[in-house]
Design a protein around this ligand. Structure first.
Ligand code: NAD
Ligand code: G6P
Ligand code: MN
Ligand code: MN
Length: 432
């Protein structure tokens, strides 16, 4: 009987996760779910925690929901730990999104300099959590949802002994959206994913084992929608997409359509719509008002306004695949271990992996097409340097990380960005 610890339990995504455990209760016997947060998040934890209890009751389960600010109590002897924290909250995210725009650079929470800032704030906290897991629950699996998920997972696997798997809802979201485009059940769709988190390509798409990649590309060229709630649905260039002959993920727009996305972001700010962080602040307010209603006992559909759709499907089905030794394929962030040639073994990639009770094992792909290989290598170098900067607090490494980021144009801009990031987030960056 399982003990689950959710760090950042006050998240508005928690009902999504609880819904996932309810749907899989027949294959996953969960005795206790500890929802843990920090003092600042206590009011959210209380509201969303009570909703979680009502959801469990409504489902007729006897899983116990425990709300606590005591992280060690939550982690002790846990079988699975899920991390979904936001160090600095949405206020810090708003800064990550606005600072780069000053220099005409993409302002986004996970991609570009915003993702760098989020990583260096988050990695020290996550490594603290991992020390507690090493001590109090050494056999636990850590499912890391905390962004930037690929970089954070790489820090965990490099600097701790925790068994960790990084998770993003983009791959499962792409499967569902492609299924919708093709008008088939999503269980019939398989995509060969490879890349990094928020930089993942579908190399081939299959329906019932038949290669339908060309058809999906045609549909996308004809304007079919494939994006996340937090990313503008700009259409792909036809000549580009046809010659790429793969399916880019929604986040690729920041790389392949950089100027257009910068214009969109600036327009959102000047029109008063606000950065995505500011939009999410409003959505969150609505959500927590709904969650307070004692009559609400299911995951409310309004949660779909957030980018994290299908998070519960991804997370709980992954936990079940480990627990039940399913040998199922999941798209996750794991060590490369030779799966992709030309990348070190110990870096984290986002890739299809076979999941069993010993973990997630990346499927070997060998050499990648030069159409995608160079961008992966450059972004990975940025990620490696970011992890090192977060741990050491070394100014020079941080500068090199930003320079290596594909969205940062020059040393001059990198230095300005770094200065602003270190200033604006000083209270979370004691390592520098
Ligand atoms: P949120 O702002 O609601 O934060 C979640 C909780 O974390 C809050 O209740 C907050 O109090 C708590 N928290 C903040 N600092 C903490 C700390 N130092 N220790 C413990 N708890 C802390 O954020 P959210 O919108 O629920 O997102 C949570 C995380 O999940 C973010 O990092 C976000 O980027 C990420 N996310 C990932 C994906 C993915 O695809 N991997 C999708 C959506 C969100
Ligand atoms: C998904 C991504 C997440 C991201 C989130 C943003 O697209 O996979 O990693 O953080 O949505 O959603 P939000 O609603 O917070 O803007
Ligand atoms: Mn993601
Ligand atoms: Mn560059």
């Amino acid at each position: 009987n399982l003990k689950i610890a959710v760090i950042g339990g006050g998240s508005s995504y928690t009902p999504e996760l609880i819904d996932g455990f309810i749907k899989r209760a027949h294959e996953l016997p969960v005795k206790e779910i500890y929802l843990v947060d920090i003092e600042e998040g206590k009011w959210k934890l209380d509201i969303v925690g009570e909703l979680a209890k009502r959801m469990i009751k409504k489902a007729g389960l006897d899983t116990e929901i425990i709300l606590t600010l005591n992280r060690k109590e939550a982690i002790k002897n846990a079988d699975f730990v899920v991390t979904q924290i936001r160090v600095g909250g949405l206020k810090a995210r708003a800064k990550d999104e606005i600072i780069p725009l000053k220099y005409n650079v993409i302002g986004q929470e996970t991609t570009g300099p915003g993702g760098f800032a989020k990583a260096i704030r988050t990695i020290p906290v996550i490594l603290d959590i991992c020390r507690e897991i090493e001590e109090l629950a050494p056999n636990a699996w850590l499912i890391n949802f905390t962004n930037p998920a690929g970089i954070v997972t790489e820090a965990i696997l490099r600097y701790t002994n925790v068994k960790a798997i990084g998770l993003c809802n983009v791959p499962i979201g792409m499967v569902k959206m492609v299924a919708k485009i093709l008008n088939v059940e999503s269980s019939r769709v398989k995509i060969d994913f490879v890349g990094l988190n928020h930089l993942v390509w579908g190399q081939k798409v299959y329906v019932d084992g038949k290669d339908v990649t060309r058809r999906v590309i045609e549909e996308l060229c004809d304007g079919a929608s494939l994006t996340m709630k937090n990313i503008p649905d700009l259409k792909w260039d036809k000549a580009f997409l046809e010659s790429l002959a793969m399916i880019p993920c929604p986040y690729h727009r920041y790389y392949y359509m950089m100027e257009d996305l910068i214009i969109q972001e600036k327009e959102a700010v000047s029109s008063g719509k606000g950065t995505r962080a500011e939009q999410v602040m409003k959505i969150e307010k609505e959500l927590f008002e709904l969650y307070k209603d004692p009559k609400l006992d299911i995951k409310p559909p309004q949660l779909e306004k957030r980018g994290g759709a299908y998070y519960s499907d991804a997370a709980v089905s992954l936990i079940s695949a480990i627990y039940n030794d399913k040998k199922e394929i999941h798209t996750v962030n794991v060590k490369n271990n030779g799966a992709v040639s030309g990348l070190p073994n110990d870096v984290v990639i986002e890739v299809n992996a076979v999941v069993d009770k010993t973990g997630a094992h990346a499927i070997t792909l060998g050499e990648l097409s030069p159409k995608i290989h160079g961008l992966i290598q450059e972004a990975k170098a940025y990620e490696q340097l970011t992890v090192e900067a977060a741990v050491t607090g070394d100014y020079g490494i941080a500068l090199q990380a930003l320079i290596m980021n594909p969205l940062v144009p020059s040393v001059k801009v990198a230095k300005q960005l770094l200065k602003d990031i270190l200033n604006e987030h000083e209270e979370y960056l004691s390592q520098f």
